[in-house]
Design a protein around this ligand. Structure first.
Ligand code: ZN
Ligand code: ZN
Length: 351
């Protein structure tokens, strides 16, 4: 395989500053690593938290991006499970230690020494990326790169959050109707649940989008749903939604916070939690979550809605996410250099 010595990469040098479009040396895969030619990398709210300096101690300089779909072009020493040409997905969980108490209890998502793609190790806002093969998901050949990329975090963290509400929850509220919500809604509807979508006040486009995906009700996050809910998932990074969600669930109801970062939660009366209501967060993912979701998604089938940006427009994609101007997920598309760049326009919609 002909691999150039340098690559285009969008690089964070200092939190709070835009990514820089640089040429870097193509990395070499170490033992148990694979080198990928990145085809698509979806943009996650967590990328925004990293770029804006809301998450501590990122690797710097850093190539963000943790929803990578790529093709393996080189194998590191000892890699036998994959071959060159295999199509894989790389998620947020980059590697774990395998020996801490959490890893041994099957809670690798909570590993004390975990590395995270596009945060503590370089990610996929680049033409090439290395990944630990043990944390890569094998993807079917020929599947759609752009449509698959958002499953790798929006889908995965969304799915883990959704599983935490339990099978008995029928009426499910979702606060914040972005990339994760649009995937979870499709799965919940497929499983016969009723979805109630809460958006930023007045965001009628997002409410329409939610109804189109099967939500039985969509409204402002400041309002109460027409019926009490069995559970709620909060994807928006807004702490005041926690008491709002607790207020909207029945006794025994479960409220799950699916984001990595949230503004402070205001104080609220104990009566909102009383009645065996449960409030919990979801952190990261396990490989088992990924395998489950990637097996389930084609059965639903989950159809991700993506807005496509070229790699060099990563800052613009992040800005659209920050401004709430996306429906579904933003995805950076990284075609072969031989393809005419003019064929791609920033913000083009694709299925
Ligand atoms: Zn560990
Ligand atoms: Zn993410």
């Amino acid at each position: 395989m002909d691999i150039p010595s340098t690559m285009q990469a969008m690089v964070l040098e200092r939190p709070g500053t835009p990514l820089r479009d640089l040429r870097l040396t193509v990395p070499e895969p170490g033992p148990d690593q694979v080198l990928l030619r990145v085809r698509a990398c979806a943009v996650c709210r967590t990328d925004l938290h990293v770029v804006d300096g809301e998450l501590n101690n990122p690797k710097l300089p850093l190539i963000p991006g943790h929803q990578i779909v790529g093709t393996i072009v080189r194998l590191g020493a000892g890699v036998t499970a994959f071959q060159e040409g295999d199509r894989v997905g790389v998620p947020w969980l980059g590697s774990t230690c395998g020996s801490c108490d959490f890893c041994r209890k099957g809670q690798e998502n909570l590993c004390e020494k975990a590395l995270f793609t596009g945060y503590t190790v370089d990610g996929g806002y680049a033409e090439y990326s290395v990944a630990d093969r043990r944390y890569c998901f094998k993807l079917p050949a020929g599947d759609q790169d752009l449509a698959t990329a958002p499953l790798l975090c929006a889908g995965l963290i969304g799915y883990r959050s959704y599983r935490m509400i339990g099978d008995r929850s029928q009426r499910v509220g979702i606060y914040g109707f972005g990339a994760a919500a649009h995937i979870v809604t499709q799965i919940a509807v497929y499983e016969g649940k009723q979805v109630f979508a809460f958006t930023s006040p007045g965001d009628l486009d997002a409410q329409k989008f939610a109804r189109r995906l099967g939500a039985v009700w969509a409204g402002d996050s400041t309002t109460q749903p027409p019926q009490a809910l069995d559970a709620a998932i909060i994807f928006a990074p807004v702490g005041s939604l926690v008491p709002a969600a607790l207020r909207s669930v029945v006794k025994g109801g479960i409220v799950v916070c699916g984001g990595i970062h949230m503004s402070d939660i205001p104080t609220f009366p104990y009566s909102l939690l009383w009645g065996e209501r449960v409030l919990r967060s979801v952190a990261n993912l396990t490989r088992a979550d990924g395998e489950e979701l990637l097996a389930l998604a084609p059965k639903v089938p989950v159809r991700t809605e993506v807005q496509v940006f070229p790699l060099s427009a990563a800052n613009e994609a992040l800005h659209c996410l920050r401004a709430g101007r996306l429906q579904g997920a933003a995805v950076l598309q990284i075609p072969d250099a031989s393809l005419p760049a003019a064929a791609m326009a920033a913000g083009r919609r694709a299925q």
